[in-house]
Design a protein around this ligand. Structure first.
Ligand code: C2E
Ligand code: MG
Ligand code: MG
Ligand code: MG
Length: 285
């Protein structure tokens, strides 16, 4: 009887594994085709200054836009693209498009913007990738100071010493580096001293409940005051309502990003959004 049970499990797992393996093969060829057809494009989510209320930058977030118009979220293809070694190519596309769009908007008079992009673990550790970013910026005449890399805390923690060196190279070049999803990486705070970063992005999970959960509120306030004392900028991500905005402003947060201001938008919609914001707030400095 025991044997039988094992056998059943064995059959179950093998057929399950077959399905998963087939799914991976299908996805791999779908991603490759999507890359060939230019279906991986950035959407842009505004970052708004607490001081001026103006848009100071935007985060490029990858979207897979299929031929039928269906939009696939990065959470549904990034992990697999990482596993299949296709993330490098996707991120290169996203960064190239984002920098090109940014150059276009700069020419149209939006010279206050800094564009940020997200990268995965293998890329930070690949010296060629850093050079790719430099040449994309040069090709488009975009200053390094206008570009920011968002690196998650857990990615940095994989090898703090090594990653600190890579970030140092990026920072001395003028590129901005920020720690994404800050607070979720189970790290000791001492490593912050070693990293040449300029910005902390407080993870959405802490921001979510600041109005109702006093522990989350305490964490957010502690991060803001620590960052300020260390001379770092603070971005709160995932801000969805006016009460949160007011509270974060009062606590001294520098920049807000979230559905309250805007969801990630297509290139065209984002341009409309920043034009509208600029026209409505002509007094901004
Ligand atoms: P992230 O970099 O932490 O980006 C923030 C995520 O929160 C985005 O999800 C954004 O759409 C979402 N978000 C922003 N504001 C709000 C809000 O007010 N409420 C809620 N509920 N959500 C909000 P998205 O676009 O699905 O991206 C998910 C993650 O995928 C990103 O997290 C990032 O880690 C990764 N990712 C996205 N684009 C790229 C890329 O081009 N390359 C790489 N390597 N990773 C990427
Ligand atoms: Mg990010
Ligand atoms: Mg984040
Ligand atoms: Mg995240």
């Amino acid at each position: 009887q025991i044997k039988g049970t094992h056998l059943e499990h064995f059959r179950f797992y093998t057929s399950q594994m077959k399905i998963e393996a087939q799914h991976k093969i299908d996805m791999e060829s779908a991603i490759r085709k999507g890359l060939m057809k230019g279906e991986f494009i950035p959407f842009y989510q505004a970052k708004v200054s607490c001081k001026t209320g103006g848009v100071v930058g935007m985060e490029a977030l990858a979207r897979w836009v299929k031929a039928d118009g269906k939009i696939i979220s990065p959470v549904d293809f990034i992990p697999l693209a990482e596993e299949l070694n296709l993330i490098h190519e996707i991120d290169t596309r996203i960064i190239t498009s984002a920098v090109r769009d940014m150059a276009e908007w700069e020419k149209a008079g939006h010279n206050e913007l800094v564009v940020s992009a997200n990268i995965s673990a293998t890329e930070l550790e690949d010296p060629a990738f850093v050079d790719t970013i430099f040449s994309i910026l040069e090709d488009n005449n975009v200053a390094k100071e206008k570009f920011e890399l968002e690196v998650t805390e857990s990615l940095i923690m994989k090898d703090v010493e090594k990653n600190a060196q890579i970030l140092e190279k990026l920072c001395t070049s003028g590129i901005n580096c920020s720690i994404d999803d800050f607070g979720t990486g189970y790290s000791s705070l001492s490593y912050l001293k070693k990293l040449p970063i300029k910005t902390l992005k407080i993870d959405r999970s802490f921001v979510n409940d600041i109005m109702t959960d006093h522990n989350d509120l305490a964490i957010v306030c502690a991060i803001i005051s620590m960052a300020r004392r260390m001379g770092l900028k603070v971005v709160a991500e995932g801000v969805e309502d006016a009460d949160q905005v007011e509270l974060l402003k009062k606590e001294g947060c520098d920049i807000i990003q979230g559905y309250y201001y805007s969801k990630p938008l297509s290139k065209k919609d984002f341009l409309d959004f920043i034009n509208l914001k600029r026209d409505r707030a002509p007094m901004r400095n």
